[in-house]
Design a protein around this ligand. Sequence first.
Ligand code: SAH
Ligand code: SF4
Length: 363
Amino acid sequence: MANQHGQSTHQLAGISSETLQDLLRQWQQPAFRARQILDWRNKGILNPEHMGNLPRDLRRRLGSEIECESLQLIRRQCSADGTRKYVFSLKRPPLQGRQIESVLIPETKRATVCISSQIGCVLDCPFCYTGTQGFEGNLTAAEIIAQILAIKHDLHSDPLPQTLHNEVTHIVYMGMGEPMANEAGVHGSLRLLLDDFRISRRRITLSTSGLVPQIERLGENYPVNLAISLHAADNDLRDRLVPINRKYPLERLRDCLDCYPLGRQRHITLEYVMLAGVNDREEDIRSLLAFVNPARERLNLIQFNPYPGNPFLGSSKEHMNAFAQRLISKGIRATVRRSRGEDIMAACGQLKAETSAVQSAEH
Ligand code: SAH
Ligand code: SF4
């Protein structure tokens, strides 16, 4: 990213402490200022005018030489169950004004933030609203982190009811986009979350449609919890539902999942959106039994979230439960996801499914 003079512009939400220290040295500021600025940043305060312990000239310089607020909050919707959905717009050219969505899902002892990694997606899964919208660009590490910071700030200025947890504890990469198709932004954001924000890798989950080499690199560098959008356990059907399967078919995905590093008591989540008459048949149970490794994997059956113009119908709740019971009786750990924030998500093609996905991906 560059400013109007062609120089690169730093984004505060994603800046490392070394880079900030270098910058402050160039500005002839004492070293302790870096810690002060990062303390504000890590609390979700990105506007230098609100960094009370900084001298006024430094606040001004920060504001003019660094992109401090990478996202602008456009809309916030709050559900009766505490779920909050946020729409942000990007500030940097050429993606200025493009919108992304994030969701906060609070529970009694934890609160999960679901973040976007791209604007749109190139992968074109036919049941996915994001996929039908085309691809407009990758988010930077800072723009990924800024979603979490903005939500932290929101929780601070407008706390949840006391029965719900008011601090962000878990992060899931399940919003707009395919995180493994934006390795630079996603790896950069993971490094910050793990190293600077000190969030445990057990509290971070990344969902991918199955880009095998990228999953391998993730496992080597940032072995966070993995969720795979399986949706079919037969190559012909998966070629249609998750087109990246034509490049990385189930056999390759199988090998990759078998090698993904898991900590103690952890598992890989296999996501399975239930589409009536398409992937919820008897033969699909047989394919799943042949594919899933019950020792390392859990299956999450997700209710399809319809949107205008889509060609699919979701399976009924009764059928989903019966499908899950059949799999459980054969030794597969299968769960049906509970939806959250239904009242506000009604019009949103995808995030409703994603936010509900979070519940069981993390349990
Ligand atoms: N691109 C990544 C992450 C974002 S999608 C991926 O595909 O995994 C997050 C989850 O929502 C995926 O499991 C995806 O398949 C699912 N999803 C997409 N559209 C959906 C819909 N209309 N209804 C229910 N789930 C959907
Ligand atoms: Fe992209 Fe995931 Fe949607 Fe497929 S399901 S189009 S990979 S965002």
